[in-house]
Structure formats: C-alpha cells, structure tokens
Design a protein around this ligand. Structure first.
Ligand code: PMP
Ligand code: GLN
Length: 388
C-alpha cells in the first residue's frame, strides 16, 4: 500500500504544532507549544460573525473573496503603510497557510530553487518540494538571528526563482531592521526573484517598533507577494481567513492556484473580518500592549526560574536557551520530557530547519492569560528541576 503513495508525504512527520498540542491534551499539560492566544479577540467581531451566519450568505463565496473584504484588506494596508492598493491586488484564502501554498505553487516550476531563511515556518519547505522545487536554507544564527546579505547572495544560483521571507519571524520573534530588509530586496532585484513575504505577524510588533512591508522598498512592489492573516490580527487563529496581496498580474496567477486548493473561504467569516478591518484599527494598540505585558510576565517568570530567555519583540513567541539554562538535553528530548513529566508543551526549534539546525532552543507561546503563564512557568521550573 505504502509504495503507492507520494514519498514526500509518506516520509513526512505530523506537524510539530499538531504533535505538541495532542501531547498537551494527552498529558493534561499547559500548552505553550502551538501558537494561539487564549485571550484577546474583540467581542464585536464575534458578534459580526454570528450575525453574518444568521443573516448573511452561507453559500460559496467568489473564489478570490468577497469584494468588500478584498477592498477592506487593501484599505487597511493603505491606511497603515500608505499605498494605492485596490481589491484587484487581493486574493482571500483559507488562512495564510493556504495563501503560502498557492503563492509557492503559482511561482515555482519543477527544478527551481527557493531560498528560505531558517528557522523557517514549517510549511515552506514541504510546499516548495511538492511544487517540484528545492528549498535552499540560509541559516540565521542565534541569539541575534541577523540576515547577512553575503549569505543570501551565496545561496543564489541560476535556478533560484524566489525567496520566502518571514517578517516578523516565527519562531525567533525578530522584526528585521531596515538594513536586513534592504539585503533581501537588493538580492531579489539583482537576481530578478519573486519574494513571498510572509507578514502575518505585522501587527504583533512590540516595544514601539514599526513594521515596514517589504513591498514598500524600491523596486519591490512588482515582485512581492505579501501574505497576511486575520487569525493573527484579531487573535482568532481558528478562523483561517488569510490573504495574499500582489500586483494584479501576479495576484491573478496565484488566484488560479488558490481556486484548486480551497476555491473559496467561508463567506460569513469573510464578512466579519471585513467588519474588523474597517472598524478595528483602535483595537491594535491595546492588543500590542497586552501582548507586551504577557511577554514580560513570561520572560520574567522564566528568568526567575533560572532560564536563559532570548529577547523577543514581535510575534507570540520567545525562545529559551536550554544549554545556557544548564539543561544538557537536545530540544526534542526536552520537549518530549517536559510535556509528559513536567506538564508543559513547548516546541523544539529544530523543527524549523533541516540543515544542521540549532538543537539547544525551544519556543514558547507567550500570548496567554496570566493564569496560563503562571501555570506554564511553574511547569517549566519543574522541568528544570527534573532535567537539569
Ligand atoms: N506563517 C507564519 C510565519 C505563521 O506563524 C503562521 C501561523 N502561526 C502562518 C503562516 C499560518 O497562518 P494561518 O493560521 O492564517 O494559516
Ligand atoms: N503558526 C502556528 C505556530 O507557529 C501554528 C499553526 C498550525 O498549527 N498550523 O505555532
């Protein structure tokens, strides 16, 4: 039976997020593994969704998304970053994961190479391979995780077609600076590459930092496919409403890949997200403050328990350095022991790279209520006692 199936999927692991969440359930552990907040979504948007279910459409939406949402996405970005986007630049998808899949399938051809910066979100490499292309990892080094232009340049060959860039970056929690954005942009311009810019964390940017979309750099609008997600903007990760934004010539092609992945996304959730984008700018600043407080609480708690915590100033994630914390286990072993014996699920960073990944770091989701953070920190302290 096995031999009949695609080896890419036969040999693939279940995603680290799914594995850790199911272990958290099995062992009754605090789940700081998979990235989802347990607070923070605005009630108004839930009410808008409920109303749309009752009174709006529950039949297929147009494949590229309902036009009011496409226009709301364009207007949201024009307001936040400037620009002249319109609905034709936007294709609504079932989460950013689908947008990434469609963008990758629509961009690459078999035999192409795609540069990814590791640690990288786990869907990139499998989708690149499924499209017949080869992922080329450029490894960023902890704890600074800086992008060096030379390292990018060295990864380019005559087969390179695209770069997948993730800013702010999951799992490192880094917002890249202007020199690093310019490094990506200049390599893309010099070698005529498409950049799939995964910007799902654009609004979870803490400590007064400002996010710059890659497409705003000179010469980048025409070659950037931006990926966004309402799941992150509104702390509603289960809604799986995302989008990609690109010049209409590119967006039209990505939309053709999208039409045969999911075809369309739940119309009532699209209507609620449209409401949220139109009405919800005032929700963003308090949300950042609240996530910053959660980040501080978890960081201080873990440091108090003797852990070395890397600085994180965006996304829902922070990283703990096991080695520097006196724990001599690799990240996978620590994650397996911690969930079973100490009651806390975390994610091993080696899940985000294939080529000699660091094995001394684990990722924790700090986007949690105080009680969850307290329980999680207490469980991490137990893990340290058991495993150090
Ligand atoms: N890209 C990155 C970098 C992410 O962190 C996530 C989710 N955490 C996604 C894509 C997927 O987003 P969605 O849930 O909208 O599919
Ligand atoms: N993006 C989330 C994370 O990084 C997980 C999403 C998923 O489970 N597919 O934890």
């Amino acid at each position: 039976m096995g031999a009949l199936m695609n080896p890419l999927y036969e040999q693939m692991n279940v995603s680290v997020f799914e594995r850790m969440s199911s272990l958290a359930t099995r062992f009754g552990a605090v789940n700081l593994g998979q990235g989802f907040p347990d607070f923070g979504w605005p009630d108004e948007i839930l009410e808008a969704a409920a109303k749309a279910v009752k009174e709006g459409s529950n039949q297929y939406a147009p494949s590229r998304g309902i036009m009011p949402l496409r226009e709301a996405v364009a207007a949201h970005y024009n307001r936040h970053y400037g620009g002249n986007l319109v609905g034709d630049h936007v294709c609504v998808t079932s989460g950013a994961t689908e947008a990434l899949g469609a963008a990758i399938l629509a961009t690459i051809k078999p035999g192409d190479e795609v540069i990814i910066l590791t640690p990288a979100y786990d869907s990139y490499a499998p989708m690149i391979r499924r499209g017949g292309a080869v992922p080329r990892e450029v490894a960023l080094q902890p704890p600074a995780w800086r992008i060096e232009r030379d390292a990018l340049e060295r990864a380019v060959t005559d087969k390179t077609r695209a770069i997948i860039f993730n800013n702010p970056q999951n799992p490192t929690g880094r917002l890249f600076d202007s020199a690093e954005l310019e490094a990506i942009a200049s390599v893309a311009r010099d070698h005529d590459l498409i950049v799939i810019s995964d910007e799902v964390w654009e609004h979870i940017v803490l400590d007064g930092q400002r996010f710059t979309p890659l497409s705003s750099l000179p010469g980048m609008a025409e070659r950037t496919i931006k990926i966004g997600s309402a799941g992150k903007i509104f702390s509603l990760t289960g809604w799986k409403v995302g989008w990609m934004v690109a010049p209409p010539e590119l967006a039209n092609v990505v939309a053709r890949a999208h039409q045969f992945l999911t075809f369309c996304t739940a119309p009532n959730l699209q209507a609620a997200v449209e409401f949220g984008l139109d009405e919800g700018d005032a929700w963003i600043e308090p949300m950042k403050q609240r996530f910053a407080r959660a980040r501080d609480k978890m960081t201080n708690g873990l440091r108090g328990a003797g852990f070395t915590v890397l600085d994180a100033a965006s996304t829902y994630f922070l990283c703990v350095d096991l080695k520097a914390s006196g724990i001599d286990l690799d990240d996978e072993s620590f994650a397996a022991e911690a969930v079973e014996k100490a009651g806390v699920a975390v994610v091993a960073l080696s899940a985000f790279a294939e080529d000699k990944p660091p094995r001394h770091l684990v990722r924790l989701c700090f986007g949690k209520k105080d009680e969850t953070i307290d329980a999680g920190v207490a469980a991490m302290a137990r893990a340290k006692e058991l495993l150090a």
